[in-house]
Design a binder for this molecule. Structure first.
Ligand code: SP5
Ligand code: ZN
Length: 354
């Protein structure tokens, strides 16, 4: 993979959630800045070409996200600090505690509560996606990395990898969660559409279902979204979404595919599922791809029970690259002792198939 473009922005390190609240208890968390430095070091050692992310207009983000979410993410930390949640109440990070679920609203219109600590549950759907002083700049830098990689592919590169952190595929049109804030993969897919690809396919290899990407494109026929992930019904995040019968709607009917896998699934069945998504992308006549590259399907990962090997990742990407040019977007992957070799194996597959 010598010479593979790896797009990176130092601001991606500014987001430090300092943990997550899981089942009411503050845990150390796994989506830490060290993930990015480990990936960057491994890729540099493997001979990648590090390309600085360039600033892109916010219009590219507003093409997939509601203005209200973007405005919230940009401003919430300053409001939180100014309102005294840190100094007076000891709340070091933004964490919601009341969520406007359908049951709570009982059919009433969604309001925008005056109290900030009430309003934060409108945008964040879990307690694991904390916001701190550097979160917005990091999320914005990750989106710029994805957009820069999309520029490279639109300009003729066969593959470009965006080292995005924080990850993005759980962020929907007007929600964030699952350690995600802005949907870097969806932003890249939309940018590819706007730079001339008539049909795009997003192939999501992260161990968790990319519910945000699915939601963004669910009613669109021009962007196919395929996901393989540990079965949410078997007990894994995002629990409520990611089932096989979610096939898209309206113009997007049949342009969405979910392949939930049993806990313990290893290379053979995982690669068969990759093959199904590749057949879909070919049938969709995708002119460009976005690969949501989560490395958390690996056997040693602390956040998923899948058992995929580095060679499995290499074989998956070797197959995928035969389809069309690809923007590869970093998603999850939490075993700091494994993700370096995993990302190199995955990008090596792209280089080999090329
Ligand atoms: C981008 C991505 O991979 N997001 C994953 C979000 C799922 N996080 C779920 C965390 C659940 C709590 N972790 C418990 C770990 C026990 N080993
Ligand atoms: Zn994941």
């Amino acid at each position: 993979m010598t010479g593979m473009p790896v797009v990176w922005h130092d601001d991606c390190l500014l987001h430090d959630p300092e943990g997550e609240v899981w089942l009411g208890v503050w845990d150390a968390g796994t989506e830490a800045p060290e993930r990015a430095t480990v990936l960057l070091e491994a890729l540099t050692a493997a001979g990648a070409e590090i390309v600085p992310a360039t600033a892109h207009d916010e219009a590219a983000i507003l093409a997939v996200h509601d203005e209200a979410l973007v405005e919230y993410l940009r401003t919430v930390w300053d409001q939180w600090e100014a309102a005294g949640y840190v100094a007076e109440h000891g709340r070091r990070r933004v964490v919601p505690y009341v969520f406007p679920t359908a049951g709570l609203l009982s059919g009433l219109a969604l309001r925008s509560p005056r109290a900030l600590h009430g309003r934060v549950g409108r945008f964040c759907y879990d307690t694991m996606t904390l916001i701190g002083p550097g979160t917005w700049r990091a999320a914005r830098a990750a989106a710029d990395a994805a957009l820069t990689a999309a520029d490279l592919v639109a300009g003729g590169a066969r593959v470009a990898y965006a080292l995005c952190r924080p990850p993005g595929h759980h962020a929907g049109p007007d929600t964030h969660g699952g350690s995600c804030y802005l949907n870097n993969s969806a932003i890249a897919a939309q940018a590819l559409r706007q730079s001339g690809a008539e049909r795009v396919a997003v192939l999501d290899l992260d161990a968790h279902h990319g519910n945000g990407t699915q939601a963004i494109f669910y009613e669109r026929g021009d962007v196919y979204v395929g996901n393989l992930h540990v079965d949410p019904g078997a007990g894994w995040f995002p629990h409520y979404v990611g089932y096989a019968d979610e096939r898209g709607a309206g113009a997007g009917l049949h342009a969405n595919r979910n392949l939930p896998l049993a806990p313990g699934t290893g290379d053979t069945a995982w690669l068969e599922a990759v093959g199904v998504l590749c057949e879909d992308a070919a049938a969709h006549r995708a002119e460009a791809l976005v690969v949501s590259l989560g490395l958390d399907a690996a056997a040693s990962d602390p956040e998923s029970p899948l058992q995929v090997s580095a060679d499995g990742y290499r074989r998956a990407t070797e197959r995928i690259t035969t389809l069309a040019p690809a923007v590869v977007v970093q998603e999850g992957g939490y075993d700091l002792t494994a993700i370096g070799q995993l990302v190199v194996a995955a990008l090596d597959g792209f280089a080999r198939g090329d």
